[in-house]
Design a protein around this ligand. Structure first.
Ligand code: SAM
Length: 293
């Protein structure tokens, strides 16, 4: 499915999970799941499935064809790209938003590190006239395939750009004419080694750019299946408490556990990494912030 996988070092694996979604006494890539766990997938009880099949089921209503793979070849993903490589520090070309979207004044959601793009395409298909969607992804082949699907579905409210978000986010959103209302950073590459933490996408510079670019009342949604990465991101955004408020303070429906992690995914669909991680029994750590008015 072109999903990016990474093995979580043993020392970082959670020892407990919040309501583990699966029984874990199975071979890693071939498990039995209960139908109640994944309501979007009409599985019969104890059906044998694999993680990529779960992704296909969760996104089944998109009806994405496999033509891209047939024409261009399978999208193979190597482990983490180093976004600080000089060849990746080049700013992305600024698009002509009026050519990209049917209505370039609609409120915009940006997904940083959009991966395969299925998550954003799913959202765009559901909100064709009320929002525009922009995926920023550093792996060109994923962008090419996502754009292929966008054309196939004839969606006029979504666009993917081959871009290093660290370098290009600020300029991209500042040239857009509508309000930026939501930025998501979902399961970013963890770059586990300490000396590689500087490669993580969430850094002070990007946090400042997101907050500056957001319309007042705009939101930031972050999540990771790696606690250490979730905490790292959370620290950056919690520090901005004079500009951001966590959503559970203003929306009684957005409940958190005792440690301040959101209990539910508020987007209505899981990302691919999220599906794979939950399949492996991991917990997802989520936060959602709102820019003060
Ligand atoms: C682990 S994947 C998660 C993909 C998707 N968000 C999900 O949850 O399934 C992280 C993605 O971020 C992309 N990425 C990493 N650093 C990036 C950067 N600086 N700018 C844009 N994309 C980046 C990677 O290429 C990869 O596709």
């Amino acid at each position: 499915m072109g999903c990016i996988s990474y093995a979580i070092p043993r020392f970082l694996r959670p020892t407990t999970t919040l309501s583990p979604p699966l029984k874990l006494s199975f071979p890693l890539r071939h498990r039995t799941v209960s139908a109640a766990v994944y309501p979007a997938s009409p599985l019969s009880e104890k059906e044998e499935i694999r993680s990529p099949e779960l992704v296909a089921r969760e996104y089944a209503d998109l009806n994405l064809s496999d033509k891209f793979s047939q024409e261009v070849g399978h999208v193979r993903i190597r482990q983490h790209v180093n976004p600080l490589r000089s060849s990746l520090m080049v700013p992305a070309e600024m698009p002509d938003w009026n050519a990209v979207y049917k209505d370039a004044t609609l409120p915009l959601m940006v997904d940083i590190g959009s991966g395969s793009g299925r998550f954003l395409i799913w959202l765009a298909k559901r909100n064709p006239d009320s929002r525009n969607y922009l995926g920023l992804e550093i792996r060109p082949k994923l962008v090419k395939r996502a754009e292929y699907w966008v054309n196939e579905l004839a969606l006029k409210n979504i666009h993917f750009i081959y871009a290093n978000a660290t370098v290009s986010f600020k300029q991209l959103v500042s040239t857009y004419s509508g309000p930026l209302i939501l930025v998501s950073i979902l399961c970013p590459d963890p770059h586990f080694k300490k000396k590689h933490h500087k490669r993580r996408v969430v850094q002070k510079h990007l946090v400042d750019s997101i907050i500056d670019g957001l319309a007042s009342g705009g939101q930031i949604f972050i999540q990771s299946d790696v606690l250490e990465v979730a905490l790292d991101m959370r620290n950056y955004f919690d520090t901005e408490s004079d500009k951001l408020v966590h959503i559970d303070n203003i929306d009684p429906n957005m409940l958190c556990d005792n440690e301040g992690w959101l209990l539910k995914n508020p987007m209505g669909i899981r990302t691919e990494r999220e599906i794979h991680a939950e399949f492996e029994g991991a917990r997802i750590y989520r936060r959602m912030y709102q820019k003060m008015r």
